[in-house]
Design a protein around this ligand. Sequence first.
Ligand code: HEC
Length: 175
Amino acid sequence: MSTRNPALLAAAILIPMGAFAQTPNLGMPISEEEISAWNIDVSPDGTGLPPGSGTAIDGEPIYAQKCALCHGVNAEGGISLPLVGGEPLTTGIDAIKTIGNFWEYSTTIFDYTRRAMPWLTPRTLTDDEVYALTAYLLHINGIIEEDEVMNAETLPQVQMPNHDGFIVRYPELMP
Ligand code: HEC
């Protein structure tokens, strides 16, 4: 058979494409509820934040119980990263980057903590606990007061110290 024959070439292409139309009938439909359990991303502007709330006062004991083991008392670092402070980033490339001196959006603290922390048992925190921990981390970085309530409306309004410290590396690729 010569693949120079256009009819045969078309057949050779069409047969495998046709195979995609048939499925092996595996799997089952997934419900909206099941999808929503996995669909937990929070955008920088707060889109996707769930109901619930918390303050730094609520978050302090949760931090002590579930986070201090790795991140240290007062989040100053332990066997894992510090979550507070840090030198000004202008001191050089090796400056330690934290929520306080580096993170651009407050909402990332919520998203990251909810999906990834505590490191050994992620997805075990309630949304209220995540709001409280987010408030605690913002408070110890000097960004909000200890009794400020963080929820889906207030958290996106918190301006991070380094919010304007980013530059676009490839401006020509921006929309
Ligand atoms: C068993 C150790 C452990 C515990 C407990 C733990 N973490 Fe972490 N945490 C880590 C490690 C390791 C990383 C870095 C993960 C990586 O870079 O992939 C991290 C990263 C983080 C970061 C990102 C820091 C940055 O600047 O990149 C945040 C925020 C954070 N943890 C919050 C928490 C909170 C809040 C808790 C408590 C609910 C917690 N962690 C409990 C080990 C832990």
